[in-house]
Design a protein around this ligand. Sequence first.
Ligand code: GLU
Length: 469
Amino acid sequence: MSSSTPRVRTRFAPSPTGFIHLGNIRSALYPWAYARHHGGDFILRIEDTDTLRSSEEAVQVILQAMDWLGLDYDEGPYYQMQRMPRYREVLEQLRQAGWVYPCYMSTAELDALRERQLAARQKPRYDGTWRPEPGKVLPPVPEGVQPVWRFKTPTTGVVAWHDFVKGRVEIRNDELDDLVVARADGTPTYNFCVVVDDMDMGITDVIRGDDHVNNTPRQLHIFQALGAKPPRYAHLPTVLNEQGEKLSKRNGAKSVLQYRDEGFLPDAVVNYLARLGWSHGDAELFSREQFIQWFDLDHLGSSPAQFDEAKLRWVNAHYIKHTPPQQLAEQVRPLLARQGIDAQTPDLAQVCALLCDRAQTLVELAEHTLLFYRPMQADAALLAQHLTAPGRAAVEDLQARLAALPQWTRDDIHAAFKAVLKHHGLKMPQLAMPVRLMVTGREHTPAVDAVLALIGRDATLQRLQAGLQ
Ligand code: GLU
């Protein structure tokens, strides 16, 4: 990196207002990946100035979600509420430079102005009554009224930026009115805090949802007034739900942590989210390292991405299949423990190895493993249906052969099945089905010889004996 290129610094700046869904966390994933790609810094900033809606619990959910997904940050979390003195200081700086002015317009007056503008089919906006101009006489200052502070937005020209997603965006300054940067009680407003933070934190690239695109021209003006270089911007298109509506709690979006609880793997979720608005050729499945290596802002999608739970489950199934069985066992064990099951014998890693290609989530995998750890109950009627007279004789024969096997391996068990089938002139299902039902209580399991090998000789023989009675 040449000395003229500043170190990349990105941030995730969530408002802790209760709920963080996959669309929200994608706004953390991309700046994280961009910082990692460039060997830069990723900063977490909690935008908690809306004290009515913010909560400590929501902060914890954000921290847990990032931790779960492995989105590590180099600085923060910073909390805006702890930076109030700094915002006041910068406000004072703007005041002294003449960039902000007090406005005494009351709410009633603002409402009346709005009514008039709407009646005249105009866009509602502050009309600059209190904006000082050379030669202009301002109204008399009302007694006992604390003013708000407004930013003196340029009235001519344009404000423009190159957006990595939207290309060049240009807004006429006469479309913008004078933004309130501090309320009557002195608290700074949202757009102002964001600029002070992005400036102080040396953010080089802002990657955020396009619900903020209307804030950007206002923020750029404040940067300019402060004599600070603005960051570059990428405004990510919305994430839609499966019905094509904006993903939101109201529209049925789930919390990020719910995916953890449902048994999704963090790497799978990262992989899935990475593709939700960004692409690298046709690649659908890639490691975290590849994602970091490939991620750039030039291949962000410009139309809304649609969430597809079936695809997420497909990606998750792939990751489950490729996770070492020992690791799967470590993750499945607590799920079983929650159901009071201490999965000791057979070895859970071996069970996971056998079942991992049948589950789309860890919860499903845990459910499949139960056949090895729960006392099983064969449905008598079902068994009677599958256990024909020749079948019964064959099961008895199998019992004897299994008891006599020198070794209890899948291959040897398989050979015993084959010998019985041949001897009795039966097809595999005629023997495998009743055996499966007797030993596991289920009609559907992986290959019966593999299942018996794991269940063990003693348990197998006991269950066959019980099933024959
Ligand atoms: N706090 C804002 C939000 O949660 C994000 C602000 C930004 O990224 O600039 O939507």
